[in-house]
Design a protein around this ligand. Sequence first.
Ligand code: GLN
Length: 245
Amino acid sequence: MKQSIAGLVSVGLASVLLLAGCGKSDDVLVVGTNATFPPFEYVGGVSGDEIQGFDIDLAKQIAKDAGKTLKVENMNFDSLIVALNAGKIDFIASGMTITPERQASVDFSAPYYEATQVVLVNKDNTSINSIDDLKGKHIAVQLGSTGDIMAKTYSQKVTAFNTGFEAVMELKNNKVDLVLFDSEPAISFLNKNPQLKMVELEFDAEFYGLAVPKGQTELLTTINNSLKTMKSNGEYDALVTKYMK
Ligand code: GLN
């Protein structure tokens, strides 16, 4: 008898420690993001270290609808799916494009934003006018992004960075010919770097989705319902106006 009580206590203690270890509890919803992707997620605010953005506002509303408090975990983009499947985060909100490869390891919400890849070059560069012109060029991308995957189909000279910001730095220092990146963050980087310009090519449309571990239908339904409500009550459009215009 004594032994089994001790056993129970240690099991209880172990699970408390486990929960504390990954910062999760029943009334907290943990969203994973890579806050280097403005205007969807970035570090800013009055304190200068607050994680803000379009996706973060969506995530806040989702947590609110689920009756939970939102906790944001910031990490490298290419660590997000691993963290999700390891149970470290409950869902991903990180401008993540829905792709068949990713759908093999996570479930996505309904698409919530349409984007496309664009090219960033130094203003005096007139050599890129079609997708064909990307052949053999030195391309900088964000590691694990759709831009990274696409760039490798055009060129063998692809350098991947943990953030789009570092890719843009490399371009400004003339170490690469171009950056291939998602349209909205590219515009955001362009606004801060007047020596660069954007070239729009005939790339396919991409659709961003929020990701949950496979089979988490309850959370996925909550997310989809929140998105639907935000789209119908004008909150979604208000966020577009707040962050994109
Ligand atoms: N949309 C791109 C992708 O899913 C880039 C996302 C990002 O860098 N946050 O790969």
